[in-house]
Ligand binder design. Structure first.
Ligand code: ZN
Length: 363
């Protein structure tokens, strides 16, 4: 069984308003789930609009992350108030929590992404973290969300940093899926990989214009937010679990194990993981193109103000045994790094990160 996409998708300006009649049919007592104070006003608007539809609306906020502590607290609120759906309005962590909770309680989830930072509004997958943001595992859900509302006016209000993060996460799709799944002769998987290539091209062509340009009436901006929030999700939907993540996400998961005072966004860390994956491909798989790809990606990443080293993520790998810890977690038994078509040992990761953090690449 495969859940390829949300049942219904509303997209564009005023997608939220357009979705209200259908949402009112689907649910009578929704719980609005959110997190950050910066998006409070948007969630207030969502709350008022649902109230005006004569729905019995509750709301709750995550305190930490998409973690078991928050999940069980929110589940209890839903059970106590007899809510019959979850409307997740926020970034990736909020969307993942809402999807996971709705799946556990067997009630529909409506996702309302408030930035283009991930494709979590689309997918049947939740990443679970600790309270402190350390990655624990990803969980496959029974289905994609019931309704996805991708309202451009909401996404326009998000900081540019979230868009850059979404671009880095979406870029990784091609580099991860093409290396892990190129030998799979399932046509649908192959086509999903081809979509991720087109997605990458779109990001390379329009990413910088979308990031720097105005948001209203800007075709590049629209193309890119939809690439990050929708097309990236579609790749995962069609490709399924065979269209896999690889080293970029494995390294992301490992980097989150080091707790830092400043939190970085998912895609910001994945971007650094992607550069490291390419170095591993160069070292272990004799990939002669990897160096060129790194240079090409660095140009875009710098233009988007994205971190390009682990040091820029606020972690000194040469302190506190951090390098060892990252390599250890990257290479743990269940890690996605083992989906690479060549063997990776802990020492390879140590070596690549060491060289990477010390080198000065001229571009
Ligand atoms: Zn990701």
């Amino acid at each position: 069984m495969q859940s390829i996409s949300p049942e219904i998708i509303f997209r564009g300006n005023d997608a939220w308003e357009k979705s209200l009649p259908l949402i009112s049919k689907l649910t009578k007592s929704p719980l609005i789930l959110g997190r950050g104070v910066k998006t409070n006003n948007l969630r207030k608007q969502i709350y008022i609009d649902l109230k005006n539809q004569k729905l019995n609306v509750d709301s709750a906020n995550l305190q930490f992350d998409c973690c078991f502590e928050d999940i069980s607290r929110i589940k209890n609120i839903i059970l106590k108030n007899n809510c019959d759906s979850v409307i997740s309005a926020g970034g990736g962590k909020v969307l993942d929590s809402g999807k996971y909770i709705a799946d556990c309680l067997n009630i529909p989830c409506i996702t309302v992404p408030l930035s283009a930072s991930t494709c979590a509004g689309w997918t049947a997958l939740s990443n679970i973290y600790t309270k402190n943001g350390q990655f624990i595992k990803d969980v496959a859900l029974r289905s994609c969300p019931k309704i996805l509302v991708y309202d451009h006016k909401f996404i326009q209000t998000a900081p540019s940093r979230t868009l850059a993060s979404g671009i880095a996460d979406a870029l990784a799709k091609w580099y991860e899926a093409s290396i892990t799944s190129a030998t799979i002769d399932d046509g649908l998987v192959q086509q999903a990989i081809q979509i991720s290539r087109v997605l990458r091209d779109q990001l390379l062509i329009d990413g910088e214009k979308a990031f720097n340009g105005e948001r209203e009436n800007n075709r590049s901006w629209k193309n890119i937010i939809e690439a990050c929030g929708l097309t990236a999700g579609l790749v995962g939907g069609i490709g399924g679990e065979k269209c896999r993540t690889a080293a970029a996400h494995a390294i992301h998961n490992a980097i989150t194990q080091i707790i830092t005072p400043n939190k970085f966004l998912h895609g910001e860390i994945v971007g650094v993981g992607l550069l490291l994956q390419l170095r591993l491909e160069e070292m272990k798989n004799n990939n002669k193109l990897a160096d060129q790809i790194i240079k090409q990606l660095l140009v875009l990443m710098k233009a988007l103000n994205l971190p390009t080293t682990i040091a820029q993520l606020g972690i000194n790998v040469f302190e506190n045994n951090n390098l060892e810890k990252i390599a250890e977690f990257t290479c743990r038994d269940k890690s996605e790094i083992h989906f690479l078509p060549f063997e990776i040992q802990k020492q390879d990761v140590v070596e690549v990160i060491k060289n990477f953090e010390q080198q000065k690449i001229k571009i």
